[in-house]
Design a binder for this molecule. Structure first.
Ligand SMILES: NC(=O)c1ccc[n+]([C@@H]2O[C@H](COP(=O)([O-])OP(=O)(O)OC[C@H]3O[C@@H](n4cnc5c(N)ncnc54)[C@H](OP(=O)(O)O)[C@@H]3O)[C@@H](O)[C@H]2O)c1
Length: 339
C-alpha cells in the first residue's frame, strides 16, 4: 500500500479518567518534503506505550506533555523515502521518535539505522527496543538481580514484563508474576520463563496470592502496576530486598493520585531499597542489552509475542486496548508494508 496523502492522529482534548476515541482527531495533509539535513520516511510500524497516557495530561514530567491539536509522537520503525542527510539513503531502515502518521520528516541525526537481518523489523519496538531495554536495565542494573534471587513481576505478560521473566530465568532466578487473565497466566509459564504466576483479577487475597507464588519471599520486585498489588508485594519482601519501580499503570487513568501503599514502615524494618528509573537515562546499558538479546534470540532463549493493529486510524483504539489489558505482549500498529 502506498498512500497519496499523510494521515495523522492529533490530540483533540485531554482525557478525564480513561482515554476515549473522542480525545483523538484524524487529519490528512500532503506528504511533506525534507529540507537540507532532513529525511522523509514512510512509517511501517509504530508503538503505543503506557507512558503516552501521562503525556496527554498537562503536568510536568520527565518528558513534555502533548499539546492540544499536536500530532502525537511514538517510537516508530520506518523506511527512508528521500534523504537530504549524508548518513542515510533511500530504502534504509531506521527507528526514532516520530509522529502518529504515515510519513514523517525528521532531522537525520535523530534517527538510528537498524539492520534488516537479525530479527523481524517490528521487534525493534519491543524485545529489541525500548520495552526490552527497560526490562534489562530495571532487572539487571537497577535491582541488580543475581542467580538464586526470588523475583516478582507485575503486569508480567506485557511488553516489559514478558522480557523480565525470561531475563530472570536466563540468569538463574526463581521468577513469579501476576497478569490479568488465565490465558496470560498460562503464557507466563509456557513461554515467558515464569516458574509460577497468578491472575490478579480472580485472586481472593492479593497478599495470599503473592505469598503462595513466592513462598521464600521476594528479593527483587519489578513493579509495573502500583496500587493494591504493590502493597501486597511489599508484605512479601525479604530483608534487604530491592524494588525497581518501573511504572504504575494502575494510576494512569485516575483523575486524582491515590494514597501510597500502606505498610511503608516495612521499607525501614526490612531495609528495602526502592529505586525509580527511566530507561532513556541509560543508553550504554541499552546498547549492551541489544547485543545480548540478539544472541539470545538466535539461540532460541527468548520468546516474543506482539498484538498488531492495522492502519493509522486504528492507533487510538490500539492504545486504549493496551491500557485496558487487551494486548498480549507488545502492542504495535502496522501502518504499511515494506517496499
Ligand atoms: N521506567 C521506564 O523507563 C519505563 C519504560 C517502559 C515502560 N514502563 C512502564 O512499564 C509498565 C509496563 O509497560 P509495557 O509497555 O510493558 O505495557 P504492557 O504491559 O504491554 O501493557 C500494559 C498492561 O498493563 C496491565 N494493566 C493495565 N491496567 C492495570 C491495572 N489497573 N492493574 C494491573 N495491571 C494493569 C495490562 O495487563 P493485564 O491484563 O495483566 O492487566 C496491560 O496489558 C508500565 O507501567 C509502563 O509505564 C516504564
Amino acid at each position: 500500500m502506498t498512500e497519496k496523502t499523510n494521515k495523522q492522529i492529533r490530540l483533540a482534548s485531554r482525557p478525564s479518567g480513561w482515554v476515549t476515541a473522542e480525545n483523538f482527531s484524524v487529519s490528512e495533509e500532503a506528504i511533506p518534503r525534507p529540507a537540507d539535513g532532513e529525511v522523509l520516511v514512510r512509517n511501517i510500524y509504530m508503538s503505543v506505550d503506557p507512558y503516552m497516557r501521562g503525556r496527554m495530561n498537562d503536568v510536568r514530567s520527565y518528558i513534555p506533555p502533548f499539546r492540544i491539536g499536536e500530532v502525537l509522537q511514538a517510537g516508530v520503525v520506518s523506511q527512508v523515502v528521500e534523504s537530504r542527510f549524508d548518513g542515510l539513503q533511500e530504502g534504509d531502515l531506521v527507528t526514532g521518535m516520530l509522529g502518529w502518521e504515515n510519513y514523517s520528516v525528521s532531522d537525520g541525526r535523530l534517527l538510528r539505522q537498524i539492520p534488516s537481518g537479525p530479527a523481524p523489523l517490528s521487534y525493534h519496538l519491543g524485545i529489541l527496543g525500548m520495552p526490552g531495554m527497560t526490562a534489562y536495565v530495571g532487572l539487571m542494573k537497577i535491582a541488580a538481580a543475581k542467580k538464586g534471587d526470588n523475583v516478582f513481576v507485575t503486569a508480567a505478560s506485557g511488553a516489559v514484563g514478558s522480557v523480565v521473566g525470561q531475563l530472570a530465568s536466563i540468569h538463574g532466578c526463581h521468577v513469579a508474576g501476576s497478569a490479568g487473565s488465565d490465558e496470560k497466566v498460562a503464557l507466563l509459564k509456557d513461554e515467558f520463563g515464569y516458574n509460577t504466576a497468578f491472575n490478579y483479577k480472580t485472586s481472593d487475597s492479593l497478599p495470599d496470592s503473592v505469598r503462595a507464588a513466592c513462598p521464600k519471599g521476594i528479593d527483587v520486585l519489578f513493579e509495573n502496576v502500583g496500587g493494591e498489588i504493590f502493597e501486597a508485594a511489599l508484605w512479601s519482601m525479604r530483608d534487604y530486598g530491592r524494588i525497581a519501580l518501573c511504572g504504575m499503570i494502575a494510576d494512569y487513568n485516575l483523575d486524582e493520585p491515590q494514597p501510597g501503599p500502606r505498610g511503608m514502615m516495612l521499607i525501614v524494618g526490612r531495609r528495602l531499597t526502592i529505586r525509580g528509573f527511566i530507561v532513556s537515562d541509560h543508553p550504554k546499558w541499552c546498547d549492551e542489552y541489544v547485543r545480548k538479546a540478539i544472541g539470545w534470540l538466535k539461540e532460541g532463549k527468548l520468546n516474543y509475542r506482539e498484538s498488531v493493529a492495522e492502519g493509522i486510524e486504528n492507533a487510538p483504539q490500539a492504545f486504549i486496548d493496551m491500557l485496558k489489558g487487551r494486548n498480549t505482549g507488545k502492542q504495535i500498529v502496522q501502518l504499511a508494508d515494506l517496499d
